[in-house]
Design a protein around this ligand. Sequence first.
Ligand code: CA
Ligand code: CA
Ligand code: CA
Length: 144
Amino acid sequence: MTPRAGAGGALPAMALALLLATGPAALAQQSGLSSALQRERLAFEIADTDGDLLISRGEFARDAAAGFSSLDTDGSLTLTPAELGEHDPALFGPVDGDGNGELTFNEVMTYKMQAFEAADTDGDGQLSFDEMVGAAEDQLGAAQ
Ligand SMILES: [Ca+2]
Ligand SMILES: [Ca+2]
Ligand SMILES: [Ca+2]
């Protein structure tokens, strides 16, 4: 359907992992934990557009949508495996609700908002940095 490599250059192999990670964070996979934490902090601050040190559902959804569009290079509102680059099929499957091998915007957002609820351990409808880091660590642990 589309050329294999978009003109936008190669996305990191972990693009899907990043998109599907609980928070805007979860850059933790490639580097040591301390610098990963710094990057999570940065990602958190980017997502926290009103600067109240909490990620609301709206902020989370906006961040997820931005992540989706940055990956959806042909603007089809679906993510194909080619657009995702190298990725772990184990991450792809749970998100691909209808199992057709492509991720729609709705599939991704449904998955992301479930992740939000799971990460919101105190149930206040917002993610603190700690909640986000905790969820990212759970996810990394589960992915090992
Ligand atoms: Ca906020
Ligand atoms: Ca699908
Ligand atoms: Ca919370």
